[in-house]
Design a protein around this ligand. Structure first.
Ligand code: HSE
Length: 338
């Protein structure tokens, strides 16, 4: 299976490492023989139709160099779009940073790849939040797969559980904590009376926050994830414009202390039922299943037959998300028998 990787940051790097380390297992268990034929980062691309060897490339990245700096195979200034057009591949992994204003460059990359009949695995929430209904349609029209397990819940298989384990059942509503950074901030404010700005700085230092942390604290990241869940699991063709969003920026330390005195906690909750999709801070009793601490995510699906199912897990992290990309790859292999 020939793979193009667009964006080579904290998800794509562990992903290629896993492919190298698990070569035998992937082949033996799944018949999967992945071959990464091109990687693109901000400085350009590196291309090899016989498959890239990552030992040298990862060393160079550690030193802050672009993949394009490779003297033999590097192609400085070559863009993702040029690689999609020129390099033969079965799967494009789109892992460029999230941009919620216009989804670019990821949105154009995904569209171009689908039009060229490449299967796409996205870890980038921006294009999906803006255009998931039309992207799903484009994938269907071109007879290829569009997968994005890593965009919601990090490594926690929220999308897979809802899609694959509830066959025949119907998810009627979804409610949960979809952003680790804000959950961490609210927990730190509660437990140590830390001010919001300081707690955010801690979350940034630990690598949980988005490159633009206003996406976290204003509820935008949660809204992106809610859009993805709603489209994938509830057939609700919504985009981020349809979500009523308020983040945690107005939550005060006083309100948090008061909630605690009432054996409750303020949590940033994303929810969708038959009607409105929303993200807002809400008061939950301390013993509520969604009342999880730290950077955890927790989501309750209410289904027609199974009733309420709550899944709790780590919602962020490079290795965790790389594991989700691998699941998508195996899923595509099974779907298309590539
Ligand atoms: N900033 C995100 C979060 C990262 O805190 O949940 C994972 O999507």
């Amino acid at each position: 299976m020939r793979i193009i990787v667009l964006g080579f940051g904290n998800v794509a790097q562990p992903f290629v490492k896993i492919l190298c380390e698990r070569e035998k297992e992937l082949s033996g268990n799944f018949g999967l023989k992945p071959r990464v034929v091109a990687v693109v980062d901000r400085g350009g691309a590196i291309v090899s139709s016989s498959g890239l060897n990552f030992t040298r490339i990862l060393e160079a990245k550690k030193l802050g160099k672009s993949v394009a700096a490779d003297t033999k195979l590097g192609r400085p200034r070559t863009t993702g779009m040029e690689i999609i057009e020129e390099v033969e591949a079965d799967v494009v992994v789109e892992a460029t940073p999230t941009n919620i204003v216009d989804g670019e460059p990821g949105l154009s990359f995904i569209k171009a790849a689908l039009k060229k009949k490449r299967n796409v695995i996205a870890t980038n929430k921006g294009p999906l939040a803006i255009a998931l209904p039309s992207l799903m349609e484009l994938a269907r029209y071109n007879g290829v797969c569009l997968r994005f397990s890593g965009t919601v819940g990090g490594g926690t298989p929220l999308l897979d559980l809802g899609k694959k384990c509830l066959l025949g059942d119907k998810i009627q509503s979804i409610k949960g904590i979809l952003n680790g950074t804000t959950n961490y901030i609210l927990a730190r404010m509660t437990e140590a009376r830390v001010q919001m700005d300081d707690a955010l700085k801690e979350a940034q230092a630990a690598g949980y926050a988005e490159a633009d942390p206003t996406y976290d604290v204003k509820g935008i990241d949660s809204a992106c994830k809610l859009v993805i869940l709603a489209n994938w699991l509830m057939d609700r063709r919504i985009t981020i414009k349809d979500v009523n969003i308020s983040g945690i920026t107005e939550v005060t330390l006083n309100e948090i202390v008061k909630a605690e005195e009432e054996k409750a906690a303020i949590k940033l909750i994303a929810s969708i039922n038959g009607g409105e999709a929303s993200v807002s801070p809400r008061l939950l009793p301390k013993n509520h299943p969604l009342c999880v601490g730290g950077t955890l995510n927790a989501v309750t699906f209410t289904t027609e037959f199974a009733g309420e199912i709550t899944l709790v897990g780590h919602g962020a992290g490079g290795v965790q998300t790389a594991g989700a990309v691998l699941r998508d790859l195996i899923d595509i292999k099974r779907e298309l028998s590539l």
